[in-house]
Design a protein around this ligand. Structure first.
Ligand code: SF4
Length: 156
């Protein structure tokens, strides 16, 4: 009967271990369910760190530090440049006029009827712009109906 006693002791030990295990496994599972998923548990990449205060959107750089190199901005169109004035020395030197129809042809015989900034190769404004940048007067806009002695006809 000694073999039967050993068998009973082994059986009791097995039942004891089984009972502890069936209690511990659900507890371990519950403790894991309460936590949010992590990058390690999901296999996903972790999110980027938050942008610092004052950072320009999409650049990751500090706008207040003057380090912004936002390539998402369109190139400058020149529409924000100041309009040239008739008192501008370069404008006076080249006989610039806001309105080609008022050009003194006796003083500027090279001016031909129909010429205007809009039809000049130096004019960089759009086809419907009232004002636009001019290659001759850098940093300024000229009137699309204007004219000066540096007029060069746009290629047909
Ligand atoms: Fe106008 Fe051409 Fe003279 Fe510029 S260079 S002011 S576009 S006529």
């Amino acid at each position: 009967m000694a073999g039967s006693s050993d068998l009973n002791a082994s059986r009791r030990l097995f039942v004891k271990i089984l009972g502890q295990t069936t209690v511990l496994i659900p507890i371990a599972g519950l403790s894991a369910c309460g936590k949010p998923p992590t990058a390690a548990s999901t296999g996903a990449s972790p999110p980027p760190p938050p942008a610092p205060p004052g950072a320009a959107p999409g650049t990751g750089m500090d706008a207040q530090a003057g380090e912004v190199a936002n390539t998402a901005q369109p190139p400058a169109s020149g529409n924000d440049l100041p309009h040239i004035g008739l008192d501008d020395p370069a404008a006076r030197a080249l006989g610039y006029s806001f309105d080609a129809a008022t050009v003194d042809n006796a003083k500027y015989p090279e001016h031909l009827k129909g010429q205007s900034c809009r039809k000049c190769a130096q004019f960089k404004g759009g086809p419907n712009d009232a004002w636009g940048p001019c290659m001759v007067f850098a940093g300024k806009q000229v009137n699309a109906h204007g004219w000066c002695t540096a007029f060069v006809a746009k290629p047909a």
